[in-house]
Design a binder for this molecule. Structure first.
Ligand code: NAI
Length: 468
């Protein structure tokens, strides 16, 4: 029985929760974090961002070794896949990062209680451990950071063998010969890329007429075409309606333009979104308000729920379901508990699809600007005209900057190209500081660097790009 009293109890040790706990402890608050997984880091570290990026990196190198080393004048012998070693590397990265978070908890004197936490009343949490033992914690403030889980397709339940979710797709023992990916979202395109590079035939079935509907349409289309060139196939306006075993294979039923269609595969990967983990944690009993449609917990700008002393962050609350958004909210919630007034600007949260090339964006898309009737100018610059991209042999893609027609304030930036994930932070900084395309254009960027393409796109807003 712990029965201790804390200033802050954080429910969930993912990127939102563990970061909130660290900031709370840094602010001098006595802090405890409750987590049921053996390793801190949540979905992101255990079965999400980190393992998928490890596999994306490895599979990219596998492909480069067989396809592009020769163009650099590097001769290698026969290339073959050692999937257990690739998975082992991924496992070591996860363990190392998880151990790192545990050390940070020790350094910041944060108590960690293993088990499933549940609100038991104002300022009270019960924690049930693996063997059923119960701890009761008292806390003046509670931060709910229970994250989200994979949304299911009722017509095609995940069996973990032939019908899999992203968790299983990160640990397959061999590349399936034919893999059907259901959903052309972030997970579908990233994990579809991994298994295509490692040898699978990949067909992506998407309900909507296009991939990545939330991204800038032009850039998402460029990515789709690039993936098609890499060998992925897409079937749009295709709604999966069911599936059944057909010998050792899987038969997937779907509807396309009102007609029934069937697809045969060895495995189907269901990635049709995520839903908040907001049940079974005592929210209803305490009267914490939820969105009846999404189940997400409703919070104000300071991450406060309607119940005094209860905060909520990350995938559990509205906004993009992204680890970095959760981290920022974790910091803000901890600071607000300590008397601050911190807010997170959801509109300035960048998003990245870690395909090759990568697609990254922040702020408004062209579609949003058009729908909202905001007058804008777009500046675009191709990586083909960027010297660093040429030296890397990675010339596919564009940078696009959207600025207000009258004020020139940067409203959105979208990058489809090499290392877009690294470059997008520059765009976030310009947008957060309410800068103009002229500000970017007047700022020196190192030569040769990919970031020069970003500056050139800003110059292109006023038709002054140098290299096109
Ligand atoms: P998503 O929301 O990105 O995409 C799901 C897709 O499935 C949608 O395009 C939807 O139209 C389609 N779909 C839904 N029902 C369907 C059906 N019956 N048949 C065919 N298509 C159907 O969801 P995803 O990819 O599962 O990712 C979940 C969350 O995880 C996202 O919110 C994403 O932000 C986050 N994530 C972020 C990553 C990153 O930052 N790089 C990587 C992976 C996930």
């Amino acid at each position: 029985m712990n029965n201790q009293s804390y200033d802050v109890a954080v429910l969930g040790g993912g990127p939102g929760g563990y970061v909130a706990a660290i900031r709370a402890a840094q602010l001098g608050l006595k802090t405890v974090c409750v987590e049921s997984r053996p390793l801190l880091g949540g979905t992101c570290l255990n079965v999400g961002c980190i393992p998928s990026k490890a596999l994306l990196e490895s599979s990219e190198l596998f492909l480069m070794a067989s396809k592009s080393f020769a163009s650099h004048g590097i001769k290698v012998g026969a290339i073959s896949l050692d999937l257990p070693a690739m998975m082992g590397r991924k496992g070591k990265i996860i363990q190392g990062l998880g151990d790192g978070i545990s050390s940070l908890f020790k350094k910041n004197k944060i108590d960690l209680i293993r088990g499933k936490g549940r609100l038991e009343g104002a300022g009270k949490i019960s924690v049930t451990g693996e063997s059923g033992e119960k701890n009761i914690l008292q806390a003046h403030n509670i931060i709910l950071a229970t994250g989200s889980e994979t949304a299911s397709l009722p017509s095609l339940p995940v069996d973990g063998q032939q019908v899999i979710g992203s968790t299983e797709a990160l640990s397959l023992s061999e590349p399936p010969k034919d893999l059907l990916v259901i959903g052309a979202g972030f997970i579908g395109l990233e994990l579809g890329s991994v298994w295509k590079r490692l040898g699978s035939n990949v067909v992506v079935l998407e309900f909507l007429p296009k991939a990545l509907p939330q991204c800038d349409g032009e850039m998402a289309h460029l990515l789709q075409r690039s993936l098609e060139k890499q060998g992925l196939s897409f079937s749009f306006e295709t709604r999966v309606t069911g599936g059944r075993k057909s010998g050792s294979r899987l038969e997937i039923q779907a509807e396309r333009n009102g007609k029934k269609v069937e697809f045969l595969a060895d495995k189907a990967l269901v990635c049709v979104g995520r839903k908040a983990n907001s049940t079974g944690i005592g929210l209803e009993e305490l009267g914490v308000q939820k969105d009846p449609k999404t189940g997400q917990v409703l919070v104000d700008a300071y991450l406060r729920t309607n119940v005094s002393g209860v905060y909520a962050i990350g995938d559990l609350v509205p906004g993009p379901m992204l680890a970095h958004k959760a981290e920022d909210e974790g910091i803000a919630a901890a600071e607000n508990i300590a008397g601050g007034k911190s807010k997170v600007h959801h509109e300035n949260i960048p998003s990245v699809v870690y395909t090759w090339p990568e697609l990254a964006g922040v702020g408004k898309t062209e579609e949003q600007l058009q729908n909202e009737g905001i007058p804008y100018r777009a500046g675009k610059f191709p990586f083909l005209a960027n010297s660093r991209a040429r030296t890397m042999g990675e010339t596919e893609g564009w940078v696009k900057i959207l600025a207000h027609e009258k004020t020139d304030r940067v409203l959105g930036a979208h990058i489809f190209g090499p290392r877009a994930s690294e470059m997008i932070s520059e765009a976030v900084a310009w947008i957060e500081t309410q800068s103009s395309s002229q500000d970017i254009a007047m700022t020196c960027h190192a030569h040769p660097s990919l970031s020069e393409a970003f500056r050139e796109a800003a110059l292109a807003v006023s038709k002054k790009a140098i290299h096109i």
